[in-house]
Write a protein that binds this ligand. Structure first.
Ligand SMILES: [Zn+2]
Length: 120
């Protein structure tokens, strides 16, 4: 993990991606969406990929019971071909990580836009 300055807010592209991954009528997802404004970055993947770790202000939010991964989707390229996946993880019911992985040689170094997500 690289050193992250304390109190680093979540990048906008990560917020948009989490909103897209968690957007449905699931009560667990709704509770997790309420944590988004309270998330702070705690770390990044050691490899060049765009995976990111975070934690909310636990005093400010509710923690639903949540399995792992709590949400996932395929990532497709500009031609609509699947190139990898996006996964959302929780710890003790709090959002804790957004992971992007690929089946190609080069890691995904920038978080994809929500338009690149497909349900697998
Ligand atoms: Zn990585």
């Amino acid at each position: 993990m690289d050193t992250i300055p304390p109190d680093t807010p979540l990048p906008t592209e990560a917020v948009r991606l989490l909103e897209a991954l968690l957007r449905n009528d699931d009560p667990t997802h709704r509770a997790l969406l309420a944590q988004l404004p309270h998330l702070r970055v705690t770390g990044r993947c050691a490899c060049p990929c765009a995976s990111i770790d975070f934690t909310p202000d636990r005093a400010a939010v509710a923690a639903p019971g949540a399995g792992n991964p709590v949400a996932e989707a395929l990532i497709v390229d500009a031609d609509g071909e699947p190139v990898g996946g996006a996964l959302v993880f929780t710890q003790d019911g709090y959002l804790s990580a957004l992971e992007v992985h690929t089946w190609q040689d080069e890691p995904i170094t920038r978080l994809p836009s929500p338009e690149r997500l497909r349900q697998g």
